[in-house]
Design a protein around this ligand. Structure first.
Ligand code: P6P
Length: 295
């Protein structure tokens, strides 16, 4: 039970409104993908080509989340700086994760993170996170109070509980790692070799973090976008991808790492800062850390 002075909204109430708003937006984002596969002239702050669908989802979520009572700022992968929207928690969004999957009609997602601290916030100030997965059906993993629940989102944007208190399966069976294999550091390559020598493990990599992480949440295993020889910080953004997914996976009994520590304990100084990302079963993340700690 939230104990707070009358009239001062609890974070729980604001988080509930944020999750409901993201669920309600999901069918509209999904419907808006049609006819928005083309690239636009601009690049996002990470230097990546923006698709019309990225801009569409970002503008919708900025308007809907930014207008909520209790949301103090809106930031996204598609914008250089946060938008001041009043007072309260700070919302960071990857509006359309994996938009390069739009042309081949593969999975994509929306990621949302809620921080108490001002931006750029550390992972330790995250108080809630969720991702929407645009797959054969639309689902949402939502985590707060260190617990993750899974919902089916219907065509009206209403969430229906599918899996209460999600727990990653104890016996891992899938793995997937980003980046080009020749660009993997030797120690990481050796770790992947040990994974591949285990005949209970199968490769699952779809090119959109949310689709690949949802494989891990469903079947157990490990996903990573590693530090690369050409990019020691990897590709994924801490504020918009690593912290929220790390929080969701850890709240489901899994582990996250940047190669040496939980993603939630790494500090950032820039809003769009990147970090290596590994998430999955604790046993596999521990083996990963042992393998890459000395490279
Ligand atoms: P690559 C999508 O662009 C993304 O940010 C993540 O969703 C995904 O895990 C990664 O990049 C895929 O990168 O190099 O395999 O195309």
């Amino acid at each position: 039970m939230d104990e707070h002075p009358p009239g001062i909204e609890s974070n729980r109430e604001v988080i509930g409104r944020i999750f409901t708003t993201v669920a309600e937006a999901a069918p509209d984002i999904r419907a808006g993908l049609v006819g928005r596969r083309d690239a636009v002239a601009e690049e996002n702050p990470s230097g990546e080509t923006q698709k019309a669908a990225d801009v569409y989802a970002d503008e919708m979520l900025c308007e809907r989340l930014g207008s909520l009572s209790g949301v103090g700022s809106y930031a996204s992968e598609e914008r250089s700086d946060p938008v001041d929207t009043g007072s309260g928690v700070n919302v960071c969004v990857d509006p359309l994760d994996g938009s390069s999957n739009l042309e081949p009609n593969a999975t994509m997602g929306t990621i949302v993170a809620v921080y108490e601290d001002s931006l750029p916030a550390s992972g330790e100030s995250i108080i809630a996170a969720a991702y929407v997965l645009y797959g054969p059906i639309t689902t949402m993993m939502a985590a707060e109070d260190d617990t993750t629940h899974e919902y089916r989102i219907d065509s009206s944007g209403v969430g229906h509980l599918m899996n209460e208190a999600v727990s990653i399966p104890d016996d891992p069976t899938v793995y997937g790692f980003g980046g080009r294999v020749p660009d993997w550091p030797t120690a990481f390559h050796s770790f992947v070799d040990t994974i591949e020598s285990d005949n209970s493990m199968k490769l699952r990599y779809g090119g959109a973090m949310i689709g690949d992480v949802n494989q891990i949440m469903t079947y157990g295993g490990i996903f990573g976008y590693p530090a690369l020889n050409s990019a020691p910080d990897g590709k994924l953004r801490a504020e918009f991808e690593a912290y929220p997914v790390g929080y969701i996976v850890e709240s489901a009994g899994g582990a996250s790492s940047d190669g040496s520590q939980s993603l939630l304990t790494i500090d950032i100084t820039e809003l769009h800062e990147r970090t290596p990302v590994y998430v999955g079963n604790k046993s596999l993340v521990q083996k990963l850390q042992a393998a890459v700690a000395h490279w």
